[in-house]
Design a protein around this ligand. Structure first.
Ligand SMILES: [Fe+2]
Ligand SMILES: [Fe+2]
Length: 282
């Protein structure tokens, strides 16, 4: 059995290399013939209030042949914390707009004898009513899932390897982490997968693989990603989890013909920043 994780497609209604890459990746993922596909968020280029990007992303992702679930990233619903990117905090309205296009922002799916769980990481530490609803749902997971082996996906990584980087802009927020950890302890999680950092890394916690998935859109060279999730590959691609009774084995996979720009080399990203009124430090 095979599950593929794609992440951080950052699709724009203006097209450009992230969108072209996503089209190429859809074809590549179909060739892998997975049983299930998870998109771990940042579906749209940058602005959670730009519906035209959601429409464009839905069109591209509709090409995926396998069953697909999509999680929101901070660029899809905003983010928690004191200084959300582009002054776009996560709000009920933004979560509702995501759900209207991509379905529920959390899920449990049965894939063979396994379950695939997805959670909206942008709600942790947000204080929104949707956070309380998600906690109730998380607390009920052990009863729902039972002893079945599980894969657990979020946009932001559950853990930062350095505790001072456990920050809602980078990972699950520090206030929510202990409660999430105790919920996870009641499940038989066989692999964790996240996105957000545009950096492929594989580490282990108690023998369980913890994967930071690459983006398919652009890379952040020289960023702090390695401090958060461990050294890895600053390349574009997808993650394939090959699953058998011994566990879930993650593989980095990539088509050879993706365009791999830095964030600010992407014209559509610069246009989106301008439209959002974001001025980046020189
Ligand atoms: Fe991203
Ligand atoms: Fe992100």
């Amino acid at each position: 059995m095979k599950i593929v994780q794609i992440s951080d497609t950052h699709i724009s209604h203006l097209g450009g290399s992230p969108t072209d890459n996503a089209v190429r990746v859809v074809e590549f993922v179909n060739a892998l013939q997975p049983d299930f596909v998870v998109h771990s968020g940042d579906v749209t280029i940058l602005d959670p209030d730009e519906d035209r990007d959601r429409v464009a992303a839905r069109e591209v992702l509709a090409g995926i042949a396998a069953p697909l679930r999509v999680l929101p990233g901070n660029h899809d619903v905003g983010e928690p914390g004191e200084e959300p990117f582009g002054d776009r905090p996560v709000t009920s309205e933004r979560v509702a707009a995501f759900r209207a296009h991509f379905g529920e922002d959390r899920f449990v799916e049965e894939v063979g004898d396994w379950v695939v769980i997805g959670v909206n990481s942008e709600l942790f530490d947000s204080g929104l009513p949707e956070e309380d609803e998600q906690w109730e749902w998380i607390d009920a997971l052990p009863a729902l899932v039972g002893p079945r082996p599980a894969l657990f996906f979020t946009h932001k990584p559950v853990w930062a390897l350095r505790p001072e980087l456990q920050d809602p802009r980078l990972s699950v927020g520090p206030q929510s982490l202990p409660r999430l950890e105790s919920a996870l302890a009641a499940l038989d999680v066989r692999a964790y997968g996240s996105g957000h950092l545009h950096h492929y890394a594989l580490t282990f916690r108690d023998g369980v693989p913890v994967v930071s998935a690459p983006s398919t859109a652009f890379v952040h060279r020289g960023a702090v990603s390695a401090d958060i999730v461990g050294p890895g590959l600053i390349q574009l691609g997808v993650v394939e989890y090959v699953i058998d009774e011994s566990g879930a084995l993650p593989f980095f996979r990539a088509p050879h013909d993706l365009v791999e720009p830095e964030f600010l080399q992407v014209e559509q990203a610069r246009l989106a920043l301008d439209a959002m009124g974001v001025v980046l430090p020189a």
